[in-house]
Design a protein around this ligand. Structure first.
Ligand SMILES: Nc1nc2c(ncn2[C@@H]2O[C@H](COP(=O)(O)OP(=O)(O)O)[C@@H](O)[C@H]2O)c(=O)[nH]1
Ligand SMILES: [Mg+2]
Length: 192
C-alpha cells in the first residue's frame, strides 16, 4: 500500500468525540517513548504524529485519516513514570474503553522496543488485547539500535516472552526505514 494522503482529523477522550463515518481503524499502542509517533510518521511518510524525546505528551486519542479510507489511531503511551497516578488511571480507562467498545477497530499494532524487549506493561497490554479477541500485530521498534551479532538473541528473547512465532514479529526501524514496507503490505491486506 502507498499512503498518498494522511491528515490529522480529531482528538478526543470519549466515544462521542470520535469520528462517526464508521471507517476501519488501526490502533497503535505501546509504552511511552517506544517510537510510536515515529512509526506512524514512517508509515504515512509524513510528519502527522508529534514525536518527542520528552515522553508523556499525547493526552488524547488521535485520529488520522489515511487515503480517505481508514484511520490510524494513536493513543497515549503507557508506563511513563512522570505522569501522575490519576492521569495514568484516566489514560488506562480511556484506552480500555476505546478498545472494548469501538466496533470499527480492525486491528491493533502493539509496539515493543526491540532492544528493551516486552516490559511488564507490554505483557499486560498483550494479555488484555488477547482477552478481547483483538487482531494483534507485534511491532519491534528501533531495531537499528541492536547490532547484528545481538539481533538473533534479542529476537529470541522477545518471541519467548510473548510466546509468539517468528512470523508474528515485525521488526522495524523508523529511522532506517526497515520493515516499513512489510507493515504497509499488511495494512493493505487489512483495510485496502
Ligand atoms: N534509533 C532510533 N530511534 C528512534 C526510532 N524511532 C523513534 N526513535 C526515537 O525515540 C524517541 C521517541 O520517539 P517517539 O516516536 O516520539 O515515541 P513515542 O513516545 O512512542 O511516540 C525519539 O527520540 C525518536 O527520535 C528508530 O527507529 N530508531
Ligand atoms: Mg508519541
Amino acid at each position: 500500500m502507498i499512503i498518498k494522503k494522511a491528515d490529522y482529523v480529531i482528538g478526543g477522550t470519549k466515544l462521542n468525540h470520535f469520528p462517526t463515518d464508521n471507517l476501519n481503524e488501526l490502533l497503535f499502542v505501546g509504552r511511552s517513548n517506544v517510537g510510536k509517533s515515529s512509526f506512524i510518521n514512517s508509515l504515512a511518510n509524513k510528519k502527522i504524529a508529534r514525536t518527542s524525546s520528552n515522553p508523556g505528551k499525547t493526552q488524547v486519542i488521535n485520529f488520522f485519516l489515511i487515503n480517505e479510507a481508514f484511520y490510524f489511531v494513536d493513543v497515549p503511551g503507557y508506563g511513563y513514570a512522570r505522569v501522575s497516578k490519576d492521569k495514568k488511571d484516566e489514560f488506562g480507562v480511556m484506552i480500555e474503553n476505546y478498545i472494548t467498545n469501538r466496533g470499527n477497530l480492525k486491528a491493533v499494532f502493539l509496539l515493543v522496543d526491540f532492544k528493551v524487549g516486552p516490559t511488564k506493561d507490554d505483557l499486560l497490554m498483550y494479555e488484555f488485547l488477547k482477552y478481547y479477541n483483538k487482531k494483534i500485530y507485534i511491532v519491534a521498534t528501533k531495531c537499528d539500535k541492536v547490532n547484528m551479532s545481538n539481533t538473533i538473541k534479542t529476537k529470541k528473547m522477545i518471541l519467548n516472552k510473548l510466546g509468539i512465532e517468528e512470523k508474528d514479529l515485525l521488526i522495524t526501524s523508523s529511522e532506517k526505514k526497515i520493515g516499513i514496507d512489510k507493515v504497509l503490505n499488511l495494512i493493505e491486506e487489512l483495510v485496502g
